[in-house]
Design a protein around this ligand. Structure first.
Ligand code: HEM
Length: 440
């Protein structure tokens, strides 16, 4: 593909730049519009890049240019010592102990969603929109307890607009133009960013007052403002607190919403799997009452993990080699880009049986050990693995359980085909309209 054809395709939908060879060969190296790019789908080589020799592979400039203007120097975009300090300070916040403490607010948000959707019995709803609402509701309750100071829908829309605007690859970024050259995407994202920044300032200010009065609730926001580096005792600067609040919302909202949307889509296409999930869910509610724990739903969680195998919310990870390296016989030149694409890896012909089929059984506890750790990377791996992994899996499992307990969702007959669109995250291009049938 020539340079301009590539840029056009990448801007419209980067998924269309994957070819058959990517899904069939372990490593595909090519010299193209972005210089040398090596697409790696070999589990051992991925382990080398993301874990064993991770120090040689930093997040690439293109990715930083796309994300940093919105997320600041939060955990997702920071590098080097700055990232190490932040990760060490933030890791305890997302420990299993703290995450388990969020089960109740997550369950409550899930139940509110389920009841809201059940009221639409016989009508159609945009499931993608409902899922962004519930994930924002969960963040609101787990990060801020007292809620967001503005209309949550407006904030949700601002986030979506922001990804919409920055999502298409900007040719100026590709060509390495300096940051002060205005980018069209970034100009369009500005109002959404400004709105975002104002909301977060308000939140920090209010919380500092509550902390000073000794009345702060126990949530992620308080944990963030109190966090200390376990080695030095140092807290986060105001700027870091702010960047990380924006990062948690930015990194945790659309991703989890898309994971849920794709799971509901996959289940609507497979009556047997959906029936099995419903039976598991009805059984757990009958046994444990209104708020069963996430562990009560192994099949539902397996369906979720299988859906994000087929439709990984983060379809593409990229790194830049600091020094020359080798992956077997293949040379990785210094400064070149290395890509690990979950979308490709998860459907790779050599790694998966029936790669395009939705088979939740693959992820049941008894089968799990057969999946190579480095063949399945919806949350990445190594030192930069998603810090919100347990948080989002627990959240998404609970949302599915509460929702499927109350409603059945079917693809509306009049709706067209579902087209996956890669805009930072992977989502259905036109939303996902589904018909609601309330369950008993
Ligand atoms: C289904 C939901 C999610 C998916 C698929 C997902 C995916 C990912 C992936 C693939 C990475 C690694 C990127 C790389 O290596 O280049 C990552 C990093 C990160 N994620 Fe998630 N994520 C999800 C939910 C969340 C949630 C709920 C939060 C926070 C509340 C979160 C916060 C972060 C942060 C802060 C990082 C950067 C970690 C670092 O670099 O140290 N994510 N996520």
């Amino acid at each position: 593909m020539d340079l301009f054809a590539f840029l056009r395709a990448a801007r419209a939908n980067p998924l269309t730049t994957w070819f058959r060879e990517h899904f069939e060969h372990p490593i595909v190296a090519g010299d193209g519009a972005l210089g040398r790019v090596t697409v790696v789908s070999d589990p051992a080589a991925i382990r080398h890049i993301l874990v064993d020799n991770a120090a040689n592979y930093r997040k690439d400039d293109l990715q930083r240019r796309v994300l940093a203007p919105g997320l600041g120097n939060g955990l997702l975009t920071a590098e080097g010592e700055e990232w190490r300090l932040q990760r060490r300070t933030l890791a305890p916040i997302f420990s299993p102990r703290h995450v388990a403490g969020f089960q109740a607010p997550m369950g409550e948000a899930a139940e509110r969603l389920a009841r809201r959707v059940a009221r639409r019995d016989g009508q159609s709803v945009d499931v993608a929109l409902e899922m962004t609402r519930v994930t924002l509701d969960v963040l609101e309750r787990t990060i801020f307890t007292h809620g967001l100071p503005r209309d949550p829908d407006a904030l949700g829309r601002a986030i979506t607009r922001y990804f919409e605007a920055i999502g298409p690859i900007d040719p100026l970024d590709v060509f390495g133009m300096p940051d002060w050259v205005p980018r069209i995407g970034r100009i369009r994202a500005r109002p959404a960013l400004r709105f975002f920044a104002e909301v977060v300032d308000e939140l920090i200010e209010r919380r500092r007052a509550l902390l000073a009065a000794g009345e702060a609730p126990h949530d992620l926001m308080t944990l963030l403002l109190r966090a200390q580096d376990p080695e030095t005792g140092q807290g986060l600067s105001d700027l870091e607190v702010k960047a990380n609040i924006v990062t948690f919302i930015g990194a945790g909202h659309e991703t989890t919403a898309n994971a849920l949307t794709w799971t509901l889509y996959c289940l609507s296409q497979d009556e047997e799997a959906r029936g099995r999930a419903e039976a598991e869910i009805d059984g757990a509610f009958a046994q444990s009452g209104a708020m069963p724990p996430a562990e009560a739903f192994p099949f539902t969680r397996a369906a979720l993990e299988e859906a994000i195998r087929l439709f990984p919310p983060v379809p593409f990870l990229s790194r830049q080699a600091l020094a020359e390296d080798r992956l077997g016989r293949i040379k990785i030149p210094r400064g070149s880009l290395v890509t690990v694409a979950p979308y490709v890896l998860h459907r790779h012909r050599r790694l998966w049986q029936d790669p395009d089929a939705f088979l939740p059984e693959r992820f049941l506890p008894e089968n799990r050990a057969r999946i190579d750790r480095f063949a399945y990377l919806p949350f990445g791996a190594g030192p930069r693995v998603c810090i919100g992994l347990s948080f989002s899996l627990m959240e998404a499992t609970l949302v599915l359980a509460h929702l499927l307990h109350r409603v059945r969702l079917d693809r509306s007959p009049e709706a067209g085909p579902v087209v996956p669109l890669h805009r930072v995250t992977l989502r259905p291009r036109d939303g996902l309209r589904m018909r609601v049938t309330a369950r008993g």
